[in-house]
Design a protein around this ligand. Sequence first.
Ligand code: CA
Length: 512
Amino acid sequence: MSLRLTSFALLLFGTQAFAQKPPNIVFIFSDDHAYQAVSAYGHPLKLLETPNLDRIAKEGMRFDRCLVPNSICGPSRACVLTGKYNHANGFYNNTNSRFDGTQFTFPKLLQKAGYQTAIVGKWHLISDPTGFNYWHILPGQGVYYNPPMIKNGERVKHEGYTTDIITDVSLDWLNKRDKDKPFLLMCQHKAPHREWSPALRHLGHDKDRKYPEPDTLFDDYAGRGKAEREQDMTIAKTMNASDLKLTTLATHTPEQKKEWDAYYEPRNKAFREAKLEGKDLVRWKYNRYMHDYLGCIRAVDESVGKVLDYLEREKLSENTIVVYCSDQGFYLGEHGWFDKRWIFEESVRTPLLVRWPGKTKPGTTNANLVSNIDFASTFLEAAGVETPKDLHGKSLGPILKGETPADWRKSFYYHYYEFPGPHSVRKHYGVVTDRYKLVRFYEPGVDYWELFDLKSDPKELTSVFDKAEYAAVQKELETELARLRKELKVPDPDPPETEIKANPKKKDPKPK
Ligand code: CA
């Protein structure tokens, strides 16, 4: 151990009798990755194998109930960075929020404590990143091929597939870092976000497999209300020509386009000639969606493998916490849907796999209600840095060490704000427990409650709100929801749009 690191560690762990290296943190974050598409979760449809993600689960802990406070890209990222709900960090929705980079974020405190901090890939918080020694991000949503990126404020161009580029830039930063200091790397993929464009090497990865269908692919939304019936996120009606690769992708080079078209064109020709209708047409779209979405995940899984191999090769594995998570869940045809946004299970639940050698028993699973608001406290505690008192999340440290605190949360508050907005999912909030979900849609004209019993109705098909046999449960959940809203100081009514829009979007810098 170098003299420099020893004094750094002594500074952090000053009260301890011996110096201990603070752990490195590798946070791998994907966008819209459904837990149904991680083989470690053992999805019954067996959509694909994800050997590298499964490696994290095998060597660490798989969380089966990691919930997000607001199931959408930007807000979820703000929750990760601040450990707080969106009404506290000010980033309510993707439509018009802008992240206030002057507020607390955990990378800032790690940086202050001597960590080298880097973020590579999708940022999606509009303002420039703060608290990072190095940032190399996609502007906005980013693109799948040949992405322009912004490196510490300067626009740069890359050629290739975005998932691979984010991986290479991340590993390059790791290589060049100051090896005497601990590090935080946030490696954040665009994939598998819409429009699900796979790498050229993964075109045809499924050998034209016919995918098994979720049994709610043709859901009629009976048993639920107006919000569920009137959304705009179905495979049948919402998926467009670009989603389905029936149009050309604008960002390809001529060489990439040639290879791309060689895969899609013959299949698209056959599709046009078949003139499919009704359920057959939906089934065709679902299969195309699965080929593309799962193809994107193959590249993410390979990226995870490359990062794990690097840590191994550099002998960093033992003292590095590796986290894999998505910004929320995603629908893979369940209820006829793609996208996210709802408090319902496929949307609110995100995959979470954590490896922490020496602390977390390999191959363990956990069913506690945990959340992405817990990451900030977890990382700060692991680094020996004092955690601010006003965070909404709690450290996952004890759970990762196999000891869930007796007072761990038994209920979780959820709140979605983006209406009007893409996919027309109505504003709603609610409370989730290990067995129940109480939901309130609260806009004029779409104002109603729902209650779901996940034990008797795991697919959340029939609300039992106001059913006599659930009266006691309903009352208990209503009380709990009110308690959570009070404890979390949720504004009621929602803050005015003028406040949500207080930080209007600015344009990305022009390419050089
Ligand atoms: Ca997302």
